[in-house]
Design a protein around this ligand. Structure first.
Ligand code: ZN
Length: 81
């Protein structure tokens, strides 16, 4: 069977779901310089779980509590006839 290299053009993949897996990295934390390991989905982590907790507490998004205008039934003694 003959074989040869062909050039494959860059193309955009459609949006799709992909199952990804975590990996356990052994590394040295950049902040505390201790060797540690950490499980991540993405690239090699830089910081240990103490320096960068896995789920950092989200800053509570304080939404501006704007009072919405409400329809109000005004009672008046005036008769509009
Ligand atoms: Zn650390």
């Amino acid at each position: 069977m003959a074989s040869k290299y062909v050039h494959v053009r860059e193309y955009t993949v459609r949006a799709h779901q992909r199952l990804i897996h975590t990996r356990v990295f052994n590394f040295v934390c950049k902040q505390c310089d201790r060797s540690t390991k950490r499980e991540t989905y993405g690239p090699r982590p830089l910081y240990c779980e103490k320096c960068r907790p896995p789920q950092a507490p989200r800053k509570s998004v304080t939404r501006s509590q704007k009072a919405k205008p409400r329809p109000m039934a005004y009672k008046s003694g005036l008769d509009l006839n």
